[in-house]
Design a protein. Structure first.
Length: 421
């Protein structure tokens, strides 16, 4: 009996030891697990930054336009005559003064000859007047004066005698009147001859010379006009350029209408239209960038004219841009024109993507000591993916450009790329 009790005690002790061992092992196994977990570490987010540097922001507009010759003339003959020769074809290069058309000249040559003859006659008359009266003419007038004086004295004497006879009623009234008429005629002839002799001795008067000189000037003008008409029978180029159009053939009658067109493409203009929002931002002489689509080449031009009046159809303003043409640009080619309308200089410039908006405030994230700092900024001009900063950022500060959606103010970050490197 006692033996059975001892066995029961032994079994109970052994069970207690086993249970205690199990509990102890469980405690020992749990304790190392707790000690092996490290303390929780702070997350570090990789970001890209750029340094805040001084730069410029340029805002531009791009419009389309069409190339046209800077110089273009329509040539109209100033005479109506038959065309004898057409001296050019479309595409020919000509210089100023080159012959283009030749009209029939026969009628105009005759007019020149007639005008020259009238000038020669007027000049001869003046020469004759200036040469004075010949001596034999003066001698003839003296003899004529002597005779008329004798006739005059005789007629006067007869008239005095006939008056006395009429008073005595010896002759009739009719005989007296006839004697008086002979007296008056003889007196007039004598005085006229006397004046002619005096004029012959004195030579030409200023008035006579002036009249003949006026006739010469008139004849010269007539000859110049006739020569001008003859010269116009040959139609010449007023400018250097290329023949763009010929609308007359030999044998046809030239009339006062455009027959030949010349263009000079050494310089071309691009005509484009600008909206009222941008027209005030353009300046005469301003340089613009031009791409000719058909050539796939870039050129630089200058604004030549800005229309002060809006086009009633397009509702925009016509702007003409001049380009020096090295040769390939043809009239009618289309162009893309890039025109600067605004710029911001000497300001801190950062990528536009770095600026965010919250509650109508613009802000950026800076990296200071590996921490994110939120800064409110005031922005200026924005264009071409860049924005000018008016205040809020200092020169050289690190501005986050990529990874913005992964961070917030106070976060710890690691810079993996810098736009200034």
């Amino acid at each position: 009996m006692i033996s059975q009790q001892k066995q029961l005690v032994i079994i109970i002790v052994i069970l207690g030891l086993i249970i205690g061992g199990i509990i102890g092992c469980s405690q020992n196994q749990a304790q190392p697990t707790t000690k092996s977990q490290p303390p929780k570490q702070e997350q570090v987010t990789p970001v890209e930054v750029t340094l805040a540097n001084v730069g410029k922001v340029i805002k531009s507009i791009t419009v389309t336009g069409q190339a046209k010759p800077l110089k273009k003339v329509q040539i109209t003959p100033q005479l109506q005559a038959k065309v004898e020769n057409v001296l050019v074809e479309v595409g020919d290069k000509v210089k100023t003064g080159s012959k283009l058309l030749q009209l029939n000249q026969e009628n105009f040559k005759i007019q020149v000859e007639q005008a020259k003859a009238r000038l020669d006659v007027a000049q001869a008359n003046l020469n004759k007047l200036l040469a004075g009266t010949r001596e034999e003419k003066i001698a003839q007038l003296k003899a004529q004066l002597k005779q008329t004086k004798v006739n005059y004295k005789q007629a006067k004497s007869n008239y005095e005698r006939h008056k006395k006879l009429f008073e005595k009623e010896i002759i009739s009234q009719q005989q007296l009147e006839a004697s008086k008429s002979r007296y008056i005629s003889a007196k007039s002839s004598y005085q006229s001859t006397k004046e002619s002799l005096e004029m012959a001795k004195e030579g030409a008067t200023k008035e006579q010379i002036a009249v003949l000189k006026a006739q010469i000037n008139q004849a010269k003008k007539g000859m110049e006009a006739a020569q001008l008409r003859l010269d116009k029978a040959i139609v010449t180029a007023p400018i250097s350029g290329t023949v763009a159009k010929v609308e007359i053939e030999e044998g046809e009658i030239a009339t006062p209408k455009p027959l030949i067109s010349l263009v000079n493409l050494n310089q071309v203009i691009i005509e484009t239209y600008i909206s009222e929002q941008n027209i005030t931002k353009l300046n005469l002489g301003q340089q613009v960038a031009i791409n000719i689509s058909a050539l796939d080449k870039n050129f630089t031009g200058k604004i030549m004219t800005i229309s002060p009046v809006i086009d009633p159809v397009k509702k925009k303003y016509l702007v003409k841009i001049k380009i020096n043409n090295p040769g390939p640009i043809k009239a009618g080619m289309y162009a893309k024109v890039k025109i600067q309308t605004d710029q911001s200089l000497s300001r801190i410039v950062i990528p536009q993507q770095a600026v965010m908006i919250e509650d109508n405030n613009r802000y950026v994230y800076l990296v200071k000591g590996n921490r994110v700092v939120k800064e409110i900024v005031k922005t200026g001009l924005t264009a071409q993916g860049k924005v000018a900063i008016l205040n809020g950022i200092n020169l050289g500060e690190k501005v986050i450009t990529n990874g913005l959606d992964q961070v917030t103010s106070g976060d710890r970050v690691r810079v993996i790329n810098r736009g200034d490197e």
